[in-house]
Design a protein around this ligand. Structure first.
Ligand SMILES: [Cu+2]
Ligand SMILES: [Zn+2]
Length: 205
């Protein structure tokens, strides 16, 4: 009887060891296949982000949404989407502001994102804030179709705009050509109509 118990115990130990080996082999093989792709996604694109512009005086249902896409860290960033309830018709200043802090509304997002300490300008200027994306144009129905590409902003690296805010203004951005102090700082685009925080879209490999 004692000998039989010993045998059963020994068989139990062998089973446990075998099971452990099998589990280890499975986890090593699956880990080996996913590790390279997840490590690679930290340094190469494509990068994708989304902004829900649901902060500010104009909220829409569904909310105004913009999508940002960048093929790799050297590529321009494409911004696409449609804004509605944007009045009056015409130009509205469109910028990346330095902070994603919308706890006090669009007013707490700081100034235009400007890590190089430059003057305000047009997107095509060398002298511009990184955040200077010019104007979006609303039609008579308050609709603005956005399809732009910018080579200075990035969704990755030291000067990434992830976590910062996109702000749409009440008025037109004079692109630094207004001839006064405000023009070189903000483009005199007036109040902040609505804004949202730039958030990553995680693309699972
Ligand atoms: Cu702005
Ligand atoms: Zn600016």
């Amino acid at each position: 009887m004692g000998l039989k118990m010993q045998h059963m115990a020994l068989i139990g130990v062998i089973c446990a060891v075998l099971l452990g080996v099998i589990v280890t082999v499975i986890s090593v093989s699956t880990g080996g296949s996913t590790q390279p792709s997840s490590a690679g996604s930290t340094s190469t694109g494509p990068f994708k982000a989304v902004v829900v512009l649901n902060v500010g005086s104009v909220n829409t249902t569904p909310p105004n949404v913009l999508v940002l896409e960048q093929e790799d860290d050297k590529a321009p960033v494409k911004i696409t989407g449609t804004l509605i309830n944007l009045f009056p018709a015409g130009n509205h200043g469109f910028h990346v502001h330095e902070s994603g802090n919308v706890s006090g509304g669009c007013g707490s997002t700081g100034g235009h994102y400007n890590p190089y300490g430059k003057n305000h300008g047009a997107p095509s200027d060398d002298e511009r804030h990184i955040g200077d994306l010019g104007n979006v144009v609303a039609d008579a129905e308050g609709k603005a179709v956005i399809d732009l590409s910018d080579s200075l902003i990035s969704l990755t690296g030291e000067y990434s705009i992830i976590g910062r805010a996109i702000v749409v203004h009440e008025g037109s951005d004079d692109l630094g050509k207004g001839g006064d102090d405000g023009s070189k700082k903000t483009g005199n685009a007036g109040g902040r109509r609505f804004c949202g925080v730039i958030g990553t879209i995680y693309n699972k490999p």
